[in-house]
Write a protein that binds this ligand. Structure first.
Ligand code: ADP
Length: 262
């Protein structure tokens, strides 16, 4: 017979609980009974010792975690979204942009309002909330059959964005490659973001000071994410070139780390 005896971090701790011939349930550990060797143990104590030793951790709710992932990394406006959308059309890749996941939230909901209170100032949403929203989203896709962890690689754009998020996602994603889209020309970058603001209705791209703040936040809080991964996982790509050239170099960096099956 198996009973759930506790729940930690979404994992169920289970223990086999046996009934002795008298029908009593074994619920004391052998050491608590003060026994020094097996010969001195009662039937209950021996059973309890076995139970303690055989205590198993059940797999997490989604037993197929961690998800294989490739990170598209770079400052705001470095082209992560453009590359992600194109590459996400490949059958084996699923593009997930954290900013899009946030923007799809109901803006009148508590979380939706909280997101806007940060993004409109060019600030990052707190780590725990971000990771919670991300996990719910990706687990929802897996439950709906839109992500098959045995086949798909997640192409993550904008997450993890702080070393703390790397830590919180340690058991959720298995990072196979970090593609670092490098932009050297800061003025061209700001011009690019202002142009994007004119085309889209993104309040966080609305004015120059907010854009400059986002770049500062990137340098201070996001750039250190690179130090959290082994150097051999990081592929540097020059993002100061036409999108097709970037695409060629990103595709090159991904060869060999995503499923070869179509
Ligand atoms: P960009 O790539 O241009 O910076 P995004 O669309 O990725 O913009 O993100 C928009 C906003 O969403 C960010 O400014 C931030 O407020 C929030 N956001 C997105 N991803 C994260 C994240 N991983 N952690 C915290 N906040 C995030």
């Amino acid at each position: 017979m198996r009973f759930i005896i506790g729940r930690t971090n979404g994992e169920f701790k289970m223990r086999n609980i046996l009934l002795c011939p008298t029908g009593r349930r074994c619920d004391r550990l052998a050491k608590d009974a003060g026994c020094v060797n097996d010969a001195n143990l009662t039937w209950h104590d021996q059973a309890n010792r076995r139970h303690a030793e055989s205590e198993v951790k059940e797999p997490p709710v989604n037993s197929t975690r961690p998800y294989s992932a490739v990170l598209l990394f770079g400052c705001p406006g470095s082209g992560k979204g453009t590359q992600g959308v194109v590459l996400g059309a490949m059958p084996n890749l699923v593009h997930l942009a954290m900013g899009d996941i946030f923007r799809a939230l109901d803006k009148t909901s508590e979380i939706g309002k909280e997101f806007l209170s940060y993004s409109t100032k060019g600030l990052l949403v707190p780590d725990e909330l971000t990771v919670r929203v991300f996990r719910q989203h990706v687990d929802g896709l897996a439950t709906a059959g839109r992500v098959d962890p045995a086949y798909h690689t997640l192409l993550l754009d904008g997450i993890p964005r702080t070393p703390k998020q790397v830590e919180l996602l340690r058991d959720v994603i298995d990072v196979k490659r970090v593609v670092y889209l490098m932009i050297e020309d800061r003025d061209a970058l700001i011009a690019r973001l202002m142009k994007r603001a004119a085309k889209s209705s993104r309040p966080d791209d609305a004015d120059r000071s907010v854009i400059e703040n986002r770049i500062l936040v990137y340098e201070r809080e996001t750039h250190p994410v690179l130090d959290a991964y082994p150097k051999k996982l990081i592929a540097r790509v020059n993002a100061d070139q036409p999108p097709l050239g970037v695409l060629r170099d990103v595709a090159d960096a991904l060869l060999g780390c995503v499923s070869a099956k179509i």
